[in-house]
Design a protein around this ligand. Structure first.
Ligand code: HEC
Ligand code: HEC
Ligand code: HEC
Length: 445
């Protein structure tokens, strides 16, 4: 019997994070009707408490497929019938992937031709998921984050790209089932994302970087906390392959490889415990990574001790260079001048525009994350990654000048976002941070 594999239709999601060029307001109005029709109101009132952008769209799809994938104790019903299931068969034609690996075409059927343009010069990568299909019922599915209908036909040729543990194990003739949300579900998610967004405490200010693990924290307790709260996404072994990961992009982090995006230490060093405490407490906005401020302090410090114990040796080495942050005291009258300098550096010396897009005064020249290099970027785990939309997107670390300054200084480990601690002066980094933070406030709504 041919093996059956799960695929995640990742590129669509990148596109959907990328642009959000779809008409959200129209979707959101329809979404409200859908919300009523689906009887969500049986249990939920509106507004649902600050749900807008609390999670990424991907989290919502996983949750609507089966709430227990992301909230193990959930009593909410799943809505798997609101997704399309599309069976495809792997073809024998091979294609080169951007990372030099190979991908297979899929056999064309009239059904697929109504969904994809099969434009030969564009590829739509279908990522075969590492998730063991044994952990999900009736293993015959996969995921397309955006609903496919003849009206939203995808322009490109779909090709299957097997990565991770499935590399080399997907062969011509294998059957793959794609899961895609149907339009009403997509509209419900747009409706939820359009609700009020919570003000999060600044990522940086949650805990003093010198705080120590509270007494009574233990790896043993941490393991229990991890299994109850984290394993659905990060996997029982911590390699990021929990059952929910099928639906998620960015993927849950591989905690064994020990690469962290958010830290106050220099580029390739480990984060401080306080950095990890912040991530666990605050979560990462607009991704599936939830904040867990509701867990007792001791449980949070314990789970940190546990995830550190899972990491490889290099990642266990204590950090040596802690970032010292001196936020300049600017006279308000000089702020505009600093921003202007920041803007000039953004497109000049620092070349942020290579990835984040142009920058500049006019509305159509804002850095929406679509610079010339944007389409070819990958993260260290081999998935395509899109530069943040600095002119209106939700930044994961936060939108204050201080948070942006830290991102510019440390970079984001595991991603193409480079550290500028050596190439820009402290003052230059602050100036760019003022510019970027202001962009986001003026165009963020
Ligand atoms: C039978 C009751 C019930 C129905 C019907 C229901 N939910 Fe829920 N919902 C819950 C419960 C219980 C939770 C809390 C546990 C969880 O997050 O899964 C929840 C949580 C949520 C959350 C997460 C809130 C947060 O802040 O974390 C969202 C979003 C949500 N529901 C959306 C929906 C949508 C959309 C529908 C209709 C398609 C729906 N729910 C139908 C019971 C329900
Ligand atoms: C619903 C899925 C989900 C759950 C539950 C979850 N995470 Fe995550 N986590 C993610 C995703 C997705 C990312 C990657 C986000 C990104 O890279 O943008 C992530 C990233 C992280 C990171 C990396 C932070 C950094 O600086 O790069 C840490 C540490 C982490 N999670 C710890 C935890 C811990 C501890 C728990 C349980 C208390 C937990 N996560 C629960 C999905 C989840
Ligand atoms: C080589 C490409 C590249 C260059 C050059 C680059 N970035 Fe980025 N940047 C990225 C990518 C990719 C991400 C998204 C990483 C993620 O979400 O995990 C990102 C994310 C960011 C974020 C968002 C962080 C968050 O909290 O979500 C900020 C702010 C940022 N970059 C600012 C800058 C600035 C300012 C410069 C120039 C000084 C710059 N970047 C140069 C690729 C780049």
């Amino acid at each position: 019997m041919k093996p059956i594999v799960w695929v995640v239709f990742l590129l669509g999601l990148v596109g959907c994070q990328l642009g959000a060029k779809r008409d959200l307001s129209k979707n959101a109005v329809l979404g409200k009707a859908v919300f009523a029709e689906e009887k969500c109101f049986q249990c939920h009132t509106m507004p649902m408490s600050q749900i807008g952008r609390k999670y990424g769209d991907d989290w919502h799809y996983a949750h609507l497929w089966d709430p227990r994938l992301v909230v193990p104790s959930s009593a909410m019903p799943g809505y798997p019938n609101e997704f399309f299931l599309i069976k495809v068969v792997v073809g024998s034609k091979t294609y080169m992937t951007p990372s030099g690996g190979s991908a297979y075409g899929i056999n064309r059927t009239p059904n697929l031709e109504s969904l994809f343009s099969f434009n030969p010069s564009k590829f739509i990568y279908l990522y075969v998921s590492d998730v063991s299909w044994k952990t999900l019922p009736n293993g015959l599915k996969a995921f397309l984050p955006m609903s496919l209908s003849p009206e939203t036909k995808k322009d490109g040729t779909p090709v299957v790209w097997a990565r991770g543990s499935l590399q080399g194990r997907v062969n011509p003739g294998d059957q793959i089932t794609l899961i895609a949300p149907q339009a009403p579900l997509e509209e419900s998610v747009a409706f939820l994302q359009g609700q009020e967004t919570a003000e999060k405490p600044d990522w940086f200010d949650i805990v003093d970087s010198k705080s120590k693990v509270v007494s009574g924290a233990s790896i043993k307790l941490g393991k229990k906390v991890y299994e109850e709260n984290c394993a659905v996404c990060h996997g029982t072994r911590g390699i990021g392959d929990g059952p929910a990961s099928l639906f998620l992009y960015p993927k849950p982090r591989n905690l064994v490889s020990g690469e962290y995006k958010f830290k106050t230490t220099l580029s390739d060093e480990s984060p401080t415990d306080a950095d990890l405490y912040r991530t666990v407490t605050r979560g990462m906005a607009n991704t599936a990574m939830p904040g867990r401020s509701s867990l007792p302090t001791r449980a949070r410090w314990s789970v940190i001790a546990y995830i550190k114990s899972l990491a490889r040796d290099r990642a266990k080495r204590p950090p040596r260079h802690l970032l010292v942050i001196h936020e300049p005291e600017l006279a308000p009258s000089t702020l505009a001048e600093h921003r202007d300098r920041g803007e000039a550096l953004f497109v000049g010396k620092a070349k942020c525009n290579d990835c984040h897009g142009p920058g500049g005064q006019s509305q159509d020249k804002l850095p929406h994350g679509d610079g010339p290099s944007a389409l070819i970027l990958q993260d260290d785990w081999g998935y395509p990654i899109h530069p943040a939309d600095l002119a209106g997107g939700i930044l994961k670390r936060g939108n204050s000048p201080k948070e942006i300054y830290i991102t510019i200084t440390t970079g984001m480990m595991g991603t193409p976002m480079p550290p500028y601690s050596d190439t820009l002066t402290d003052e230059e980094r602050w100036d760019i941070a003022y510019y970027v933070s202001h962009l986001n406030q003026t165009h963020g709504k």
